[in-house]
Design a protein. Structure first.
Length: 470
């Protein structure tokens, strides 16, 4: 009896490890199950209700990209904040891009822009967006075209041309497009405002033209319903999830060994064996005992929800949150390994600042136009922005997203200043870093304060001679 019992125990002791090792081997041999084509799913989701191909600007933008003529070296040499008459090389370049500009302007008048996305390898991360530099190039054509029109004294035409650039930016500022598209759309809006500021600094413009500019911008601002969103990033995260985690039908599948592990790949130099070995141990741990698909799905949902919640607030409102909303975001992002090792990264903080700075810049431009109109009509600057609102020059006082009140307006000698207190949330008297290069991407990204007027450009106080045609 004892011998039989001992034999059974020996047999059991030999079989169980074999079964365990077979189970581990089977687990490590499994591949993630690809069930959903997220590229196709995204393309369907991103189309607006009642989508009509004829109303989609994508085809016309593509025609503009194809017609674009690159800059010559002489054109590249022109200062982007040039305050003098445009050189002949720039004018010839604009003539060469007349067809591209026409396509671009026609496209900007369409109701929406929805490109069909394609992936090189079937994954969301395989999608390329080659149109991003093309949009920037065509927007630059519009900018210089408007500068030439202003140089010729055709200020209403210059505004019309710049508004095409702004409307193209509005096309890109859509929650149904990628976050990279949304950032580019905001940049096109900034370019529009910056160049209108430059023209105001460069030319003496009459009240009637200033009023046309102001009313056009107010109408455009009133029509703008855009709020940033990271909902498109969910498609990237969920596609990455299905390609890296096993699916057992219950949502409890874990990291798939055969999906790889980036840190192990980084340690491919076997001379650093201990790093490689540690990475393999971590990889094995996450495959056997790590987080499940259900937990990662909840993490993705929580991060997208937190991101969109933050994007609805101004920087000042976020500052008042206790505990810090950004700390909560970081806590959720780091709660599981997925967002640390995957290619998906959410950064609501950068979008919050970019979005609110861009909106504040346009509101500041409208206020500056109202101030200059008042000065032209009365001979003096208004004592306060409230004075402009009372007398019908301004629909609403521009608010500062970095404070709990309006932007700061002051009369200084024979001029005035208008500024936001900026990211340090302190009023530094409208001062900024004067070492900031005039070739920065934006005229108004200064520290500590964001000074909208006067603009900080070399020789900005020089009035440019008008062309003979004027």
């Amino acid at each position: 009896m004892r011998i039989r019992k001992r034999n059974c125990l020996l047999l059991l002791g030999g079989v169980l490890p074999v079964i365990f090792l077979a189970k581990i081997g089977w687990l490590f041999a499994q591949r993630p199950l690809i069930q959903t084509d997220y590229v196709a799913k995204y393309n369907d989701w991103s189309k607006p209700p009642g989508f009509k191909p004829d109303e989609n600007a994508a085809f016309l933008y593509q025609k503009a990209f194809e017609a674009y003529v690159p800059k010559s070296d002489d054109v590249w040499a022109v200062d982007p904040y040039c305050l003098r008459p445009l050189p002949e090389s720039m004018i010839e370049w604009l003539k060469a891009n007349a067809a591209a500009a026409e396509y671009f302007q026609t496209a900007s008048g369409k109701p929406y822009y929805r490109p069909e996305r394609f992936s090189e390898d079937g994954t969301m991360c395989g999608i390329r967006v080659p149109e991003i530099p093309s949009f920037s190039q065509l927007a630059e054509v519009c900018i210089w075209k408007a500068r030439l029109e202003a140089q010729e004294g055709r200020f209403e035409k210059a505004l019309e041309t710049l508004l095409h650039c702004c409307r193209a930016g509005n096309h890109l500022c859509s929650p149904q497009l990628f976050v990279a598209d949304q950032f580019l759309g905001l940049r096109l809006r900034q370019m529009t405002a910056e160049n209108l500021f430059l023209m105001l600094q460069q030319y003496s413009i009459g009240s009637s033209i200033l009023r046309v500019w102001q009313e056009s911008l107010e109408t455009l601002a009133a029509e703008d319903m855009y709020r940033p969103s990271f909902k498109t990033e969910k498609f990237f995260a969920e596609d990455m999830l299905q390609r890296t985690f096993l699916d057992n039908g219950r949502g409890t599948g874990r990291w798939a060994w055969r999906s790889g592990y980036p840190r192990a790949l980084l340690a491919s130099d076997l001379s650093v064996f201990h790093i490689y070995f540690e990475a393999l141990k971590e990889r094995a741990y996450f495959c056997l005992f790590g987080t499940t698909r259900n937990e990662i799905t909840r993490q993705i949902d929580d991060l997208i929800e937190l991101s969109d919640h933050l994007l609805q607030k101004t920087p000042w409102q976020i500052l008042q949150d206790v505990p810090s909303a950004f700390e909560r975001f970081d806590e959720v992002e780091r709660s599981h390994i997925f967002f640390i090792v995957s290619h998906v990264h959410l950064n609501p903080e950068a979008m919050i600042h970019t979005y609110h700075k861009t909106a504040a810049q346009m509101n500041a431009l409208i206020a500056v136009l109202a101030v200059l109109r008042y000065k032209n009509d009365t001979g003096v600057y208004p004592q306060t922005l409230d004075k402009l609102a009372v007398e019908g020059y301004l629909r609403s006082i521009p608010m500062d997203p970095y404070s709990n009140g309006p932007m700061i307006y002051k009369i200084l000698g024979d001029g005035f200043t208008l500024y936001s207190i900026g990211e340090d949330f302190e009023d530094n008297g409208g001062t900024f870093n004067k070492k900031t290069s005039k070739r920065d991407l934006s005229l108004h990204i200064h520290l500590p304060d964001i000074v909208y007027w006067p603009i900080a450009v070399t020789a900005a106080d020089e009035k440019v001679p008008m062309m003979e045609e004027w």
